[in-house]
Ligand binder design. Sequence first.
Ligand code: ADP
Length: 452
Amino acid sequence: MNAVPGRRPLLQMPLRVEHDIFVVRQRGREVAAAVGLEHQDQVRVATALSEVARDLLGVAGGADVTFHVDEAPDGRQHLRVDLVPVRPLPHDRYEPQSGAVVRLVDRLGTIGVGRDTVVRMSRRVPVTAQALTPERLDELRAELVQSAPGSALDELAAQNQQLIAALDEVRQQRDELAVLNDELQETNRGVLALYGQLSEELEETNRGVVALYAELDEKSAQLRAASESKSRFLANVSHELRAPVTAIIGLGRLLADSASDPLTREQSQQVELIRASSTDLLTLVNELLDLAKAESGRIELNLAEVDLRPVFGQLRGTLRAVATRPEVELVVEEPPAATLRTDEVLLGQVLRNLLHNGLKFTERGEVRLRALRRDDHWALTVTDTGPGIAPELHERIFEEFYQAPGATRAGGTGLGLPYARRLVTLLGGTLELTSEPGRGSTFTVTLPVVGA
Ligand code: ADP
């Protein structure tokens, strides 16, 4: 920050005797007011100046005081006061007697000018002040030269006024502070009360949640126990039923055998009926046993890298016998030549079950098995052109014993799909259905690619 070259000071005056301190102070305030410093800043500059003046009178026998206006690189203007000591300062250094003086202005320190050590202070002119153009500075210079400095008494009176004003201000601030403090205390009390209320509510809610969790735990334990009992019951009953039903089928076969005593027409019809019913019963018992085994987690997975091509080939061969309707074509597409880590037997059972259902419910068109390898999973789909399934039954058909209205005609137990879903879950995948009445059905087995 530099004085504009060639610019004369706004004002200059000597500081030689005690009385000059008052004059320097008074003139300092006048200059500060003239360049547009606010009232408080005027008092600050005047006070700093009189303190420094007192110090320099003591250590250097006085000084020559000059007032300037400088412009900083950022365009902001500053009031600068230079005090050139009459005698060199001891050790060319200056420290104000009162350290607080430094805080009254933006800058206070010494600076070497030629061979002199000059004490310099400055204070920023607010941006709101009237612009200090060269013309305006000339005007100020003329005004300041004309205004004669008052007496020490005048300055004392002015100083008193300033002190009273400052005291008033302090008092006002203290009152405001007291009001603020009261408000703060009030707010604090409010916040504390709110906090108390909130923590109580939180505690209450927590207690509720804990109780709810305990109840949930208890309920799920009960559910687990019920499900285990059901599985055990199903397993036991079906196991117990299997031997007598097998015996009935065997006896029926014996009765119908040509080597046995001949039966009347009616008797052979009845024996045939007994055999057919027993075979149905045996299927049901076997399926129940399978399901119970899958639910109780007693199925052991035999995981291996499975090539789908022979699996699909086998399904193609065995299900051809089931696809007896000439209007329905069974299409088993050739799967991609990649292996899949899974249990071959269980996967075969699931696909056979789905294909079997497709062939059972489709009256014309086709039933198609297809395998698609995606980034992180396999999608094995069984699509048919059968009657389709209403959306509200999409989950129900996976429930045990559920058969959609009209499906009973096609035979079956309602246990195939729940069993298939159980197995797919054991294999780490999902079994989903997309279907609409009249538009066929697609059952999709999604299996993760292990390690993807
Ligand atoms: P089941 O076939 O022995 O009746 P499932 O559990 O396999 O038992 O199937 C349950 C029901 O879901 C069937 O009774 C039938 O109503 C319906 N369903 C299954 N697959 C199909 C299909 N491909 N098309 C139409 N309905 C089907």
